[in-house]
Ligand binder design. Structure first.
Ligand code: NAD
Length: 298
């Protein structure tokens, strides 16, 4: 908890949301549910496909696999060479789609440039699409149906739900309109009956739009974009952005989209790192478990 004066001069305690602690709680619940499912003879399993040798992707895949181990989910990693063609990836997806012992399929992005990510995503069975990127899951999200929800937006909502019980009529501003963060998180906020504005690089007078928001979700990948004087006193600020920048001693640092050091007047903010990031992996595991439970229930 840090304290600071609001614009009206009243002291407001800004709460730094601890994404690591919340993610650990979710993993604990997942672990308990995994054990329960194993007692029914089902071992939840996630297949992770990594094509190419992108170093960041290798780190992400390693983390996902380590998290699976913590919760008792079986993970199987498929490494394809950078020269792998689309047919090879599609054949593997097809095999995993038909394998009853596999409940979730994750294709680590980006794929090598010769492979169409859309074609690969479309080939994954929607009920095994634990990233929630398949058009069927995108459609279910926008019609309020029972699909699989993309992990980062799901994690954001779990953080917000810890603070907000009634979203009705609240103004929510989402910065960024990507398919993996901006659009799905906007749909989830809309589902809870917030009044949602989606903004992007071409939006005019972004500060004025952000100033009326009760909830700000920044997913632009523009370090330090959202300044303290853009944020209304008492707003909740979720910083999704992660940009790796070089620092003088030859190391790198992760920087978010929001200057939370200027936001003592906010109600709550997420730090980078340690805010949304850990929630994404926790929600991937939760989605894998959900897929396995649904398969077991028939
Ligand atoms: P993207 O590049 O696909 O989309 C960025 C969006 O932000 C676009 O709609 C663009 O119009 C908008 N934008 C960019 N600069 C802007 C500006 N100056 N003003 C207003 N809008 C602007 O990015 P993405 O995949 O949605 O990711 C966004 C950020 O979130 C990145 O930093 C990414 O690393 C991070 N991210 C984090 C997690 C996590 O787990 N924490 C997961 C996914 C993405």
């Amino acid at each position: 908890m840090a304290r600071g004066p609001s614009c009206s001069g009243v002291e407001i305690a800004v709460h730094i949301i601890n994404g690591r602690a919340k993610a650990a709680q979710i993993e604990e619940v997942t672990h308990t549910r995994v054990e329960a499912l194993k007692l029914r003879g089902v071992e939840p399993a996630l297949a992770v496909i990594l094509a190419g040798d992108d170093p960041a992707s290798q780190v992400y895949v390693r983390r996902k696999i380590a998290s699976c181990a913590r919760t008792g989910i079986r993970s199987i990693e498929y490494r394809l060479a950078a020269s792998a063609g689309e047919e090879e990836v599609l054949d593997l997806v097809d095999r995993l789609n038909r394998d009853g012992a596999i409940h979730g399929i994750l294709v680590q992005l980006p794929l090598p440039p010769v492979i169409s990510a859309n074609r690969v995503m479309d080939a994954i069975r929607p009920d095994k699409d634990v990233d929630g990127f398949h058009p069927v899951n995108v459609g279910r999200l926008s019609t309020g149906g029972r699909g699989l929800v993309p992990c980062t937006p799901l994690g954001i909502m779990k953080l917000l739900d810890g603070l907000i019980t009634d979203y009705r009529g609240l103004d929510a501003v989402v910065i960024g309109k990507s398919n993996i963060v901006g659009k799905p998180v906007a749909m989830l906020l809309l589902e809870r009956e917030a009044t949602v504005t989606i903004t992007h690089i071409e939006t005019r007078d972004l500060p004025a739009i952000v100033r009326r928001a009760d909830i700000v979700v920044a997913a632009a990948g523009a370090p330090g974009l959202v300044r303290g004087d853009w944020v209304k006193p008492g707003a909740v600020v979720i910083d999704v952005g992660i940009t790796r920048v070089d620092v003088p001693d030859g190391r790198t640092r992760l920087i978010g989209d929001c200057r939370i050091d200027e936001m003592d007047h906010a109600r709550a903010v997420t730090p980078v790192p340690g805010g949304v990031g850990p929630m994404t992996i926790a929600c991937l595991l939760a989605n894998t478990l959900t897929a396995a439970e649904r398969a077991a229930d028939g």
